[in-house]
Write a protein that binds this ligand. Sequence first.
Ligand code: ZN
Length: 355
Amino acid sequence: MDEIRVFDGHNDTLLNLHLPDRGEGRSFFERSELGHIDLPRAREGGFGGGFFACYVPNPEDDGWTEESALTITDDGYVVSDAPAVDPTYARDFADGLVASLFHLEEESGGELAVVRTADELESCLRDGTVAAILHFEGAEGLGSDPEALEGLYEVGLRSLGLVWSRPNAYASGVPFRFPSSPDTGPGLTGAGEELVRECNRLGVMIDLSHLNERGFWDVAELSEAPLVATHSNAHALCPTSRNLTDRQLDAIRDSGGMVGVNFAVGFLREDGGESEDTPLGAVVWHVDYLVERLGIDGVGFGSDFDGAKVPKKIGDVSGLPALLAALREHGYDEAALKKLAHENWGRVLRATWRG
Ligand SMILES: [Zn+2]
């Protein structure tokens, strides 16, 4: 049986390699036990590439960290709202991550390529080059100039999440809460609406993961592109603010869009817990639910590798074949597995991008 290559909706590998206290100095080109993605493990796991996120953490001097903001409640947790970050700081930080992706491409000697068109993505999946999509997780990374999107598009940006889980000039992200509805705050600002139109004009994919529900509906009404959440799960199974309600899933389906299933245990488990002892079956459970709701053409993967705790049985990117085996065992045939693994991403990106 031919190996099925997986193209993946979300990783935080750039940040993980970039920050000394996260990546601990590991190299993308050497096999490590640290983090989730490096080239040798990617090869082992049949990783065909994915969205490489440029995520800007809150600066140390604003005092907010996910850990320090966490309060455990009787039935879950609340993470207090992250403050907005300064757009000039955000742009500087994002520029460093963009440079690091192009540096990886250069150093890889042709093993990794930043892709800008659906044809380039498909040819990478055929010939085994790891395909990287330059993605911004939070539009504050554009900086304070709203015209900056076009310049970054020229550089290679092809996907933009309007927000991470905090507010910015364009929209408000969901704070991490369990259990919680994703309806946590106001919708898009005027600048946010303008940015959606600009993304449509340029053919930049808009990522709805991390956006609150009112913002989601604003984009659903405005955007002409298929609706996409790169790394979110089913709220009906795991009621965290980061997951999608049935109504949201229906809107994604009706737009011809898709959802990338997130492997983060906290977004998989019914109890929202953070244990790596979460069975592979929890991923299969969400895949089943989403396929039922969206159809087999509306679901892919959005691992959150290098940004989240994932089930031990997956472990890191080299564990992707174990997930495919579990899905095969569960009854997904080869045609369905290929759709989940990369064909759906190819289709949605072709419908969204200009080339
Ligand atoms: Zn994320």
